[in-house]
Design a protein. Structure first.
Length: 132
């Protein structure tokens, strides 16, 4: 049973899911100088819900030595941080206009998968990135 779907409607009336372009990491290519160049597969219309991190989540990310502006995103589906055995970097969530100012025109990097469930949803820890 997907308990997230049971409560998502009620939570969504106060804090709705927001559309984003999700850049799923597909590994990397190697440049002529030997540097690694991240590769992504872009998917428009990914929906995520921004929430503050809990104290436990903050301690977890602190233990990973992750600093900066951090949030938790809940989403139906799956997203990953760094997966070294597969040679993948973290996924990116990119928001445009039409979302709250805390998200508008921002890019967030998945740093940690906090919860993941076979029923089809996950909670991820993300960090705000510099827009290039």
């Amino acid at each position: 049973m997907n308990l997230h779907n049971v409560v998502a409607g009620a939570i969504g009336t106060i804090n709705p899911f927001r559309p984003a372009t999700v850049r799923y990491s597909s590994g990397y290519t190697t440049g002529p100088d030997g540097s690694q160049i991240p590769a992504y597969v872009d998917v428009d219309g990914g929906m995520s819900q921004e929430q503050a991190l809990t104290a436990v989540d903050l301690r977890h990310l602190e233990g990973l030595n992750i600093q900066g502006v951090q949030r938790a995103f809940y989403l139906n589906g799956n997203s990953q941080g760094v997966v070294r055995p597969l040679g993948q970097g973290g996924d990116l969530f990119m928001f445009g206009d039409g979302v709250p100012s805390s998200l508008a025109n921002t890019i967030w990097l998945v740093k940690a998968v906090i919860e993941t469930w076979d029923t089809g949803w996950c909670k991820i820890g993300v960090s705000l990135q510099m827009n290039s």
